[in-house]
Design a protein around this ligand. Structure first.
Ligand SMILES: [Zn+2]
Length: 198
């Protein structure tokens, strides 16, 4: 890669840092596209996202906004989720696994299996009725790509059902997920990074 290429990348990154998102849909689509760029980095064994990863993000975000690309169904995520160990910490039985809702039912999260994961007793009692993102923020950690992807898909389904995708965030739309914690920025692979309120 040339020095000039690096310069362009940095400019693009700078642009992303100051990017603002007015609507619920813009925020969720950007977060999803940014997550896809991180997933692309993991898939290619990179420690830092490169030009190809940024390309994934730009293309996916533009496609999601224009409607020419769609977020995948939750079915794949549900099938891929572990049922023999805690989805949060990876602890395998003997600790008894109990069902946990990524988006709490008490906040109106979906009651379907799409929202249900298996967690160990320790994680379950630590998380309690909290939203996934708020719980990770409280622990100054960042969710895995698979958990984050599922959460964003759930949020998109739910926002669509409520008809708030095009509502301005400033208007405080009624949503069940933690709008304030949906990340705009993502860590590089393996980099310690705490989820925080935007
Ligand atoms: Zn656990």
């Amino acid at each position: 890669m040339t020095a000039e290429g690096d310069g362009k990348l940095n400019q693009r990154e700078q642009a992303a840092k100051v990017r603002t998102f007015d609507t619920v849909g813009e925020l969720l689509h950007w977060s999803y596209a940014n997550l896809a760029s991180l997933d692309a980095a993991y898939g290619r064994g990179l420690t830092k996202r490169d030009r190809i990863c940024w390309g994934v993000r730009l293309k996916l975000y533009a496609g999601l906004r224009s409607g020419s690309m769609k977020v995948g169904t939750l079915f794949k995520d549900v099938l891929a989720a572990p049922t023999d160990r805690c989805v949060y910490c990876g602890t395998m039985p003997p600790p008894k696994l109990t069902g946990d809702h990524l988006i709490p039912k008490a906040r109106g999260g979906l009651e379907t299996g799409d929202n249900l994961v298996w967690a160990c007793r320790a994680c379950n009692s630590s998380k309690q009725g909290r939203d996934l993102l708020e719980w990770y923020a409280a622990r100054t950690e960042f969710p895995s790509v698979t958990l984050m992807r599922r959460y964003l898909k759930l949020a998109l389904v739910e926002a669509d059902q409520r008809g708030v995708l095009d509502v301005a965030i400033a208007d405080n739309p009624s949503v069940t997920f933690s709008l304030d914690y949906v990340p705009i920025k993502y860590p590089e692979p393996g980099q310690p990074f705490a989820l925080t309120r935007r």
